[in-house]
Design a binder for this molecule. Structure first.
Ligand code: CTP
Length: 406
């Protein structure tokens, strides 16, 4: 996968470096193109060092002695080689050139020459953003199928406050990933995913739950769908809207989740257990609301370990992935769970780290298999889902997909 990243002149140009790095984390090659004004803010060397690729800064550059490219048609070669064109930040001038088809520099020429999807993330002064000319240009681009990642509100470099700040890196990266024609490398797989917390009732109004939001599991379902899999999502209580999966099953307790998963496990070629299943449930559920009279003692009993049960009953070729939420000795504890529960991979989250994990949009961790450990730097949950599915594809290589009755 290769994309062109157009960087145009604005104070937010430096943020494009983070975007380039994040795309590379997803194994996407990045060809940076800088306009003249972008080079007033950031030096091409920054991007060359980050991407390991020559940065294109002019329309007709000297022919590179190592390159077989004839620079006079370089824009055509780049146009044909890329899977998408992302422009971040995109100035009002660049949007105008795109909208009016003016091939005045390499970037605007590339825009005309490529048939790949285009994503632009504008950043500018609030009045320039609101100007009828800019809005009309955006309308034209939208009508042509260009994805616009709208700027956010806030304090702008010009001293004004309003919309015009470059959107969050996460939002830009996700908008791009959504437009890239993804390989259908999970086609033929039946992926069963569990997500969210479980609620174990104490009495008719109270329950024992946990902080899981379900976002990681839903992101996995979304990412697996985009890669051609048939997806079943079994979810504990969450506030999320499920993606367009083949089957969506809503459950509440560990016992219900176990039943729903065991009933579908036989048909699954890949199972990913991302639910935060309660480890305990009240030994007795009160039929009536427990009154606030004296100190209350709850007798808890351990719940069934669903993942371990799936692990001991799996058929050859069925892949099984678990999660481990740890607050200490993360990798070591996770390795124990990998063996004990007969898993192919375990995703370790250090849930004590602030800003990631439970409830957050972002996550980080490690993917541990019998053969390797892959570090996942902090990224959005949808991107992390992509990394986990990359690992699934790798595990599948050399192991035949089981015949399942879909
Ligand atoms: N899991 C499960 N059933 C349970 C508890 C956990 O299937 N009753 C699954 C989780 O979905 C996760 C994996 O087991 O994929 C690890 O969960 P975690 O809570 O980290 O580990 P436990 O095995 O419960 O061990 P401990 O809580 O002692 O660390």
């Amino acid at each position: 996968m290769k994309i062109a990243l157009g960087v145009t002149g604005g104070i937010a140009a430096y943020k494009a470096a983070e975007i380039a790095r994040r795309l590379q984390d997803r194994n996407i090659r990045v060809q940076v193109i800088m306009t003249d004004s972008a080079q007033e803010f950031v030096r091409p060397l920054t991007f060359a060092a980050l991407t390991g690729e020559k940065v294109i800064t002019e329309m007709f550059s000297q022919r590179d002695s190592n390159s077989t490219l004839d620079s006079s048609v370089e824009h055509i070669s780049v146009a044909q080689a890329i899977d998408a064109l992302l422009v971040a930040p995109a100035t009002a001038a660049t949007l105008a050139r795109f909208a009016h088809g003016l091939s005045e520099d390499f970037l605007s020429t590339l825009y005309l020459a490529t048939t790949a999807p285009v994503v632009v993330a504008p950043a500018m002064n609030v009045n320039m953003w609101r100007h009828a000319a800019t809005q009309a240009n955006l309308e034209t681009l939208r009508a042509r199928g260009v994805t616009i990642v709208e700027p956010s509100q806030g304090y702008l470099a010009c001293g004004m406050v309003g919309e015009g700040r470059l959107a969050d890196t996460d939002e830009i990266v996700e908008a791009l990933l959504a437009r890239i024609v993804q390989s259908e490398d999970l086609k033929g797989e039946n992926v069963l995913i569990s997500a969210g917390p479980t609620y174990e009732p104490i009495d008719p109004v109270r329950f024992l739950g946990n902080r899981s939001s379900g976002k990681m599991g839903y992101a996995l379902a979304e990412a697996a769908l985009r890669r051609g899999a048939r997806v079943t999502l079994v979810s504990g209580p969450t506030a999320l809207t499920p993606p367009a999966v083949e089957e969506f099953v809503r459950v509440e307790t560990c016992a219900q989740m176990r039943e729903a998963l065991l009933a579908r496990f036989g048909r699954a070629s890949v199972t990913i257990m991302s639910a935060a299943v309660s480890d305990f449930s009240p030994a007795n559920v009160a039929g009536q609301k427990i009154k606030r009279e004296a100190a209350m003692h709850l007798d808890l009993q351990p719940t069934a370990d669903i993942l371990a049960e799936l692990g001991s009953g799996r058929a050859p070729g069925q892949l099984l992935i678990g999660f481990a939420a740890e607050t200490q000795n993360a990798a070591e504890n996770a390795r124990g769970k990998l063996k004990r529960k007969h898993l192919d991979a375990i995703i370790v989250n250090d849930v004590s780290r602030p800003g990631i994990g439970f409830g957050s949009e972002r996550n980080a961790g490690q993917i541990i298999t019998a053969d390797e450990v892959t570090e996942i730097p902090e990224m959005s949950k949808l991107e992390m889902a992509g990394c986990i599915l990359d690992a699934v594809v790798k595990l599948r290589a050399g192991r035949q997909t089981p015949k399942v009755n879909a």
